[in-house]
Design a protein around this ligand. Structure first.
Ligand code: ZN
Ligand code: ZN
Length: 110
């Protein structure tokens, strides 16, 4: 996985303690290379823990976990994309049913 800021790829396989830092951005796990960490504001775009404001978060098993205080939360945005198509499908189904009934009424009168 490349650095989310500059796109550079990890040269060494991640083994032991990596100088790369993990974070969570829009419910996606991201990596930040050591060079970008030196910029100081590399945490600006990252999600922070609602409990302790740490950006030391990881994405695991569909949840976001804080590595500092252990707070785990369900990713909020994951529920939104799943909900929108479902309600749109329901609206389409309702519309199709309405059109079907209207056609039946028209055909029934003939
Ligand atoms: Zn970088
Ligand atoms: Zn925390």
């Amino acid at each position: 996985m490349p650095c989310y800021r500059c796109g550079v790829r990890q040269t060494d396989p991640e083994r032991g303690k990596s100088p790369w830092r993990r974070g969570v951005l829009r419910d996606e796990l991201i990596l930040v290379c050591p060079a970008c960490q030196e910029s100081g504001d590399w945490t600006a775009g990252l999600e922070s823990c609602s409990g302790c404001a740490s950006v030391h978060l990881i994405r695991r098993l569909g949840q976001v976990e804080c590595l500092d205080c252990g707070l785990v939360r369900e990713p909020g945005t994951a529920l939104v994309p799943a909900g929108i198509p479902a309600s749109r499908d329901r609206a389409d189904a309702a519309l199709a049913e309405e059109v079907g009934r209207a056609l039946e009424r028209l055909l029934g009168r003939r």
